[in-house]
Design a protein around this ligand. Structure first.
Ligand code: NAP
Length: 332
């Protein structure tokens, strides 16, 4: 039973029944774009577990309990926000594969820049906190670590499109949060879904060369999602929580070092992995070391302590081990 935010409840205690009127605070609502993607899935889970009402949107992979919305369709975006009136929007949808962005620049810019611009405008109109997920690839990697105020200088079209998305976000929605993160890993539908989990395939090969030049800070999507929830909850109380923030895993590793760690975590051989110290010429240029300084989040007590890479990546990969496949077949 309810009337204007108040609810009538029956309380039972020994020998006593009481009808009381209690103020009910509705759960805050978050809209997560890219909810079918690597980060979006972790984001939905984190907010749901935190008691939020979650509206997740996807596009080609949208499935039951998620809404299908092409973010390039301005009317559809406007309608979506009008209908659901979220308190917070976490914008995860993007084209984030640098080599695909180089080849299909127009489509990528439409999503990474124009759709972001539409969402930011509409977020400002409906008064929602807008969180835009960005990347360490906005930096050139020549002078790490990078603070939030350091000058970006992206080396590839992906980095430029994400930087443009940041600028559109802050131009149309000055109260927005931009969260820059480095390479991500997490629960995957297939190991090829993330650059980090795809190393599992390399670990299985007889012999393979791996980059041992570019320094990376692999970051767990569960940690990024937890940071976004903390930011959302704090920003709803404190309007000074706005602008650019950095979050990153703490372990510096090349792809070669990640692959060796994965081999060791699963007690597999690693002497077939060969470190390569020259950048591959064929792919889009990437920063050599775009380490993020994350002290702004830490000083505000909005950060989380990441698990060691070896145990976090094992959580993500164990469903792909032969053992797990066997157990799934037998028991499920
Ligand atoms: N992954 C990384 O290593 C990494 C590193 C740094 C920063 N980031 C940033 O983190 C964010 C999340 O990345 P992610 O790895 O989760 O990406 P992802 O796994 O590639 O997911 C991309 C999402 O965008 C959605 N999408 C694509 N086109 C769309 C359209 N026209 N309309 C609506 N939705 C559309 C996809 O939906 P469907 O699949 O359903 O079509 C999917 O949910 C991005 O902003 C990315 O730039 C990622």
């Amino acid at each position: 039973m309810s009337c204007s935010g108040a609810e009538l409840r029956i309380r039972f205690s020994p020998g006593h029944v009481q009808l009381v009127q209690e103020e009910v605070v509705p759960a805050p609502k978050v809209l997560v774009t890219g909810a079918t993607g690597l980060l979006g899935r972790a984001m939905c889970k984190e907010f749901q577990n935190g008691g939020w009402l979650v509206i997740g949107t996807g596009y080609r992979r949208a499935r039951p309990r998620l809404l299908r919305c092409d973010l390039n369709d301005e009317d559809a975006v406007r309608g979506l926000l009008h209908e659901y009136k979220p308190d917070v929007i976490v914008h995860c949808a993007a084209e984030r594969r640098p080599d695909v962005v180089e080849r299909h620049t127009e489509a990528a810019v439409n999503l990474n820049v124009h759709a972001t611009s539409t969402l930011a405008k509409e977020a400002a109109v409906c008064g929602a906190l807008f969180i835009y997920i960005s990347t360490d690839y906005v930096f050139d990697g020549r002078n790490p670590p990078y603070g939030e105020d350091d000058s970006p200088n992206p080396l590839n079209v992906y980095g430029r499109s994400k930087l443009e998305g940041e600028r559109e976000t802050l131009r149309h929605c000055p109260g927005a949060v931009v969260l820059r993160v480095p390479v991500l890993f997490g629960e995957v539908e297939s190991v090829a879904e993330s650059a980090v989990t795809s190393l599992w395939l390399k670990v299985q090969e007889e012999s393979c060369t791996l980059d041992h030049c570019q320094q990376r800070f692999p970051t767990d999507t569960r940690d990024v999602a937890a940071v976004c929830r903390k930011l959302s909850e704090r920003a709803r109380q404190d309007s000074s929580i706005r602008g650019i923030f950095h979050f990153s895993g703490k372990q510096q590793m090349t792809k070669f070092e990640m692959a060796v760690t994965i081999s060791q975590a699963f007690s597999l051989p690693s002497n077939h992995l060969i470190p390569l110290t020259e950048q591959p010429a064929a792919s889009a240029p990437r920063p050599i070391n775009s380490q993020l300084n994350c002290s702004r989040l830490e000083l505000l007590n909005l950060s989380v302590e990441p698990q060691p890479f070896a145990s976090a990546i094992s959580d993500c990969l164990w469903p792909f081990t032969p053992d797990k496949r066997w157990r799934q077949t037998v028991f499920h």
